[in-house]
Design a protein around this ligand. Sequence first.
Ligand code: NAG
Ligand code: NAG
Ligand code: NAG
Ligand code: NAG
Ligand code: NAG
Ligand code: NAG
Length: 333
Amino acid sequence: MLLMKPCISLLLVSFLLIEARVDKCGTQLLEGCFCGEQFYQNETMFVVNCTGLGFTTTDMLEQLPEETEVLIFTGNHISTLETNIFGDIVDLTMLKYIDMSNNGIRDIKGKAFHHVLGVERLILNHNNISISQEYEKNFHHPRVFSNFNSLRELHLTNAFADNTDAALADDLHDIFVNSNLTKLYKLHLEQNEIRNFRDERVFCDLPELHDLHLGDNNIPSLNFNITCLSKLRYLDLEDNNITKFSQRDLDTFDMLAQPYRSENLRIQLEGNPFRCDSAIKNLYNWLHKTKVIVRDLDRLECHQAKYGKRYIMNLKILQNRDKQKYHKLLWCF
Ligand SMILES: *[C@@H]1O[C@H](CO)[C@@H](O)[C@H](O)[C@H]1NC(C)=O
Ligand SMILES: *[C@@H]1O[C@H](CO)[C@@H](O)[C@H](O)[C@H]1NC(C)=O
Ligand SMILES: *[C@@H]1O[C@H](CO)[C@@H](O)[C@H](O)[C@H]1NC(C)=O
Ligand SMILES: *[C@@H]1O[C@H](CO)[C@@H](O)[C@H](O)[C@H]1NC(C)=O
Ligand SMILES: *[C@@H]1O[C@H](CO)[C@@H](O)[C@H](O)[C@H]1NC(C)=O
Ligand SMILES: *[C@@H]1O[C@H](CO)[C@@H](O)[C@H](O)[C@H]1NC(C)=O
C-alpha cells in the first residue's frame, strides 16, 4: 500500500504533463509536437518541437501558438514549402529560431516565409532543394528570404539536391541581391558541391557578413570577391579543391587584416590539394609575414605525384627546418 502512493503520483504528474502539452499547442493539428517552455541556447524559450512525426504537409504551422519563439520542424517528409506556410492570421512576432532541417524539401515556393520579421536564425540543412531551369519554379525565387529583415544566421549545409552547382551559384547571387539580408552575420553553405560563382560579387550584398562557411565544396581558387565584405572575420575554405593561390589572392587576404583592418581575418584551408610547386613557395613566404590568421597551419599540406608516388609535405615541418635547407627543398619543384 505504501509503495502504491509514489506510483500514483508519478502517473498523475505525467498525465498533467501530457495535458499541459496539448493545452500549450492549442490545436489538434499539432498533435505529437512538444509545445512549451524549455531551456534552449541558454535561455528559457517557448519551443514548438515537431521532430520525426511523419508530417507530409506544413498545414499545422498555420496554427502555431503566438508565443512560439523556437520552431523545430525536422525529420518530416515535406517535398514542397508552399506559399505562406505560417498562414495569414498568425502574429508570430516572438518567433526567433526556425529549424526545418532534414525534411526532404525539394521546392520552396516564392513567399513561403511570411511573418518572419523577427527571425534571427533559419536552418534548412540536409534537404534536397533543387534548381529549376524554368524561372519562377523551384528555388528560382530570388525573394525567397526577403521577409527575414532580422536574419543573422542562415544555415544551408547540404541543403541542395546534388549536381546543381552551377545553377545554384547563380541562384544564390540573385537571392542575396534581392533578399535585403542586411543583418546576416553568419552563412553556412558547406557540402553543396559548389565550384564556381558566375558573379564573383555573389556575397557583396551581405554587408554585415562576419562568418562565411564554404567548407566541403569543390571551389578551386579564391573565385569570389571578399574585399567587398568589410566585416568578414572568418572564411572557411577547408576541404575544397584549391591547388594554389596567386599573389593577387594572397594580397586580397592581406587587405582583410592589419594594417587595413583592426581585426585580422581568420581562414581555414586544411584539406585542400595544394601542389608542391613554385606557388607553394610563395604561400610559404606569405604565411611568415601575413597578419591573416591561418588556422591549423600544421595540417596544411602540399601534394605531388613524383616517381609514381604521392608525396605529401607538411608545411609546418618545413617551417621548422632552417631556411637554407627549406629553400633547397623547394627549389626542386
Ligand atoms: C551558453 O553559455 C555558455 C557558458 O556561459 C557559453 O559558453 C555558450 O557559448 C553559450 N551557448 C550559446 C549557444 O549561447
Ligand atoms: C525535439 O524533439 C526531439 C524528439 O523528441 C528531440 O530528440 C530533440 O532533442 C528536441 N529538440 C530540442 C531542441 O529540444
Ligand atoms: C533528392 O532528389 C533527387 C531527385 O531530385 C532524388 O533522386 C533523391 O532520391 C532525393 N534524395 C533525398 C534524400 O530525398
Ligand atoms: C531592408 O531591411 C532594412 C532593415 O534590415 C529595412 O530598414 C529596409 O526597409 C529594408 N528594405 C526593403 C526594400 O525591404
Ligand atoms: C579539382 O581540380 C582539378 C584541376 O585542378 C579538376 O581536374 C577536378 O575536376 C576538380 N575536382 C572537382 C571535384 O571539381
Ligand atoms: C571586389 O570589390 C571591391 C569593392 O566592391 C573592389 O574594390 C575590388 O576591386 C573587387 N575585387 C576584385 C578582385 O575584383
